[in-house]
Design a protein around this ligand. Structure first.
Ligand SMILES: Nc1ncnc2c1ncn2[C@@H]1O[C@H](COP(=O)(O)OP(=O)(O)OP(=O)(O)O)[C@@H](O)[C@H]1O
Ligand SMILES: [Mg+2]
Length: 465
């Protein structure tokens, strides 16, 4: 039989058997490449057949190419399971084997065979599911706290308005944009939206865009693909993994500007393309994006693309910082007290008024997270009393920039206490004037409770008409 005929027989046999097959000769020329393989690798038979395979799959590094390793280093890979999404977005699982063909001690060819076991895997998954029936649904092992609306504590009207908007967002899948300083509860709200809606059984994934190097972010979001699976490290990105569910993009303004426009395109067109991939994959993912600085400022400083912002801000939610909703400090502190009583096995029944005043007078740059930490440490450090006292509460010293006022201090001004009182009086008068004499507003602007401001007004003999 002629060489050509041998090949034809082999090619025909591989088609009949239905296994995906790729054979290269000692020179790395593809001599057999069948339809089943072409479907898996998402190229056409003509693209590969009769061509040097390293040229066709030039994007796969030598050390990762199983065919190359078989040919050059006689390396075998047997029964390696790989899972990918095909061009229709359907998950495909294959078992791959790559071996060198050795004749008289020489490598004359290398072949790769892939068996599509998607049906078998689906069946075994179904069996596993049935076996699990009756038990509570298994949670993903890496899943941390799941927040629901019941976990959100607050009374302040401005804050409750934000929560109401979030509740409305559960009835649809429009994009959500949350602005709130660090620790104000953005994740809490984002998860509550996800777990309170129809998608609650689907994945909720979160990625902080500022936490990883820019160069890796694109691959993490959209996945990577090495061309075909010949030694490929095909990896689904977060969009594919979150399909049908929700993807939380924290600090979206930290995303490189170019990537922001790619994200915008994905949101508009609803399909993604893996980095290095050629195929578009349909995805259905709800996006919740967050920022911890004013979006208008982020836009004007060039950190956030306005077009992306408008696309994300279909449902816009602004969470006020804790210092602007003082009345929440008490209810939050009570709830954290309960939580940490249990955790530390304490019996602190109440927070003394003076302790509450101390809590209310602080401005919480770390917001609710910081308040929680303050209560946690107060409870853990407290003696076995039943009342939390100011003594238990340790509040960080306010950080002040060196101001000209301080620089101007000299002993002639009197004691430091007197000097500070003078400054306090000046600042209060100034703020009162600029707030039209409104005590509540002034107190808010100064980050103190109304009661406390009234006390100071009496002390400095400031009258309001
Ligand atoms: N209204 C609230 N009720 C109860 N707990 C809250 C509330 N707001 C925030 N917390 C708690 O404060 C902590 C911080 O909240 P979260 O992680 O949601 O903040 P964030 O805005 O995402 O912060 P960051 O910007 O730093 O990521 C969490 O432990 C959360 O449970
Ligand atoms: Mg967060």
């Amino acid at each position: 039989m002629r060489r050509k005929d041998y090949r034809a027989v082999l090619q025909a046999a591989s088609e009949v058997l239905g296994e995906a097959m790729h054979i290269v000769d000692a020179n790395g020329m593809t001599i057999i490449y069948n339809e089943a393989m072409a479907r898996l690798e998402k190229i056409s038979v003509e693209d590969a057949l009769g061509k040097p395979f390293r040229q066709v799959f030039s994007n796969i590094p030598e050390e990762e190419s199983t065919l190359f390793q078989a040919l050059k280093n006689r390396k075998e890979v047997r029964n390696k399971q790989q899972t990918y999404l095909n061009i229709y977005g359907k998950q495909v699982t294959t078992i791959n084997t790559t071996v060198p063909v050795i004749v008289d001690g020489n490598v004359v060819a290398a072949m790769e065979i892939a068996r599509d076991i998607t049906d078998i895997k689906d069946m075994s998954d179904t069996i596993l599911r049935l076996q699990d029936k009756g038990e509570s649904p298994k949670e993903a092992p890496l899943q941390f706290t799941r927040y629901h609306f019941e976990d959100i504590i607050g009374e302040d009207p401005g804050f409750m308005q934000a929560v109401e908007r979030a509740k409305k967002a559960t009835s649809n899948t429009a994009s959500v944009f949350i602005y709130g300083e660090t620790g104000t509860g953005k994740e809490l709200i984002a998860q509550s939206i996800h777990y309170g809606g129809k998608r609650h059984n689907r994945p909720f994934l979160a990625q902080n865009c500022a936490a990883i190097p820019e160069s890796l972010l694109e691959g993490i979001l959209f996945g990577t693909e090495k061309g075909g699976f010949t030694g490929a490290v095909d990896r689904a990105g977060l969009f594919e993994q979150a399909n049908g569910g929700t993807l939380l993009l924290d600090e979206v303004s930290a995303m490189p500007y170019e990537l922001q426009s790619k994200l915008l395109r994905v949101l508009q067109e609803k399909y993604i393309r893996r980095v290095g991939g050629k195929k578009d994959i349909l995805v259905d993912v709800r996006i919740i994006a967050t920022v911890n600085e004013d979006p208008r400022e982020l836009i004007s400083s060039g950190a956030l693309r306005p077009d992306l912002y408008y696309r994300l801000n279909v449902i816009g939610i602004t969470i006020p910082p804790l210092r602007e909703r003082k009345r929440d400090i008490g209810v939050l502190a009570e709830s954290f007290l309960k939580k940490y009583n249990e955790e530390y096995d304490k019996e602190i029944w109440m927070i003394a008024d003076s302790a509450l005043e101390k809590l209310e007078n602080y401005d919480y740059p770390g917001n609710v997270r910081e308040l929680e930490n303050i209560i946690m440490s107060a409870v853990s450090m407290s003696d076995d009393g039943h009342v939390l006292t100011p003594h238990d509460i340790s509040i960080p010293e306010p950080y002040r920039e060196e101001s000209s006022l301080v620089a101007g201090y000299s002993e002639e001004e009197g004691s430091l206490g007197e000097y500070l009182a003078q400054i306090e009086e000046k600042v209060i008068r100034q703020y009162l004037t600029s707030n039209g004499g409104n005590v509540s507003k002034t107190a808010g602007a100064l980050g103190m409770v109304r009661q406390n401001l009234q006390h100071k007004l009496k002390k400095y003999d400031i009258s309001i008409r």
